[in-house]
Design a protein around this ligand. Structure first.
Ligand code: HEM
Length: 152
């Protein structure tokens, strides 16, 4: 007897729902980029979260931050929407560089990362809403779970 929870089929409703969520998040991201200070403000919000977070970036060249954050957000969005082999590999690379042997970013710190990003999106996107926030979180969670699972 097949249990419902073991059903691996994906309904069209679920596909449409995910697709719509992704479209809304991409549109929101584009609005955020228009302000010109999105990455700078995100980095400030992240560093403002806690001294433990600031400590992790002590040796980071501030000039590289924008590029690092931009790459990170882009790959998380790609991973949700249409992950090809390069995107998959990039997520694995990020997971490995953030594991104990390198930057040592414990899984709880991703909660700060998402909070900082959501606060920044809220400030930059004039169409921000609770629904949009839930969509952003769903999209980000997908890649973040993969990255966190590589924390060894
Ligand atoms: C899902 C969330 C995150 C993504 C997508 C992400 C992505 C990236 C990427 C692409 C890089 C540069 C390439 C690399 O070295 O792998 C990087 C570097 C780094 N990340 Fe993250 N990151 C995330 C979360 C975090 C968090 C929560 C912290 C700490 C609070 C953190 C700390 C760092 C540090 C310290 C570096 C090295 C910067 C340097 O070059 O000095 N990251 N991250």
């Amino acid at each position: 007897m097949i249990n419902d929870s073991e059903n691996t089929e994906i309904s069209m409703d679920e596909v449409t729902y995910k697709h719509q969520a992704m479209e809304e998040v991409l549109a929101s991201y584009k609005r955020c980029l228009l302000t010109g200070t999105f990455f700078d403000d995100f980095y400030k919000a992240l560093l403002g979260m806690s001294p433990t977070i600031r400590e992790k970036f002590i040796h980071t060249d501030m000039a590289r931050q924008e590029e690092i954050i931009k790459t990170g957000v882009t790959y998380l969005l790609k991973y949700f929407c249409n992950p090809g082999p390069l995107t998959m590999q990039k997520i694995v690379d990020i997971g490995e560089s953030h594991a104990q042997a390198q930057y040592d970013i414990p899984p709880y710190m991703y909660g700060y990362w998402v909070s900082a990003l959501m606060a920044t999106v809220a400030n930059h996107d004039p169409l921000f809403s609770a629904t949009l926030e839930r969509n952003w979180q769903m999209v980000l969670d997908h890649g973040i779970s993969a990255i966190k699972s590589l924390y060894i």
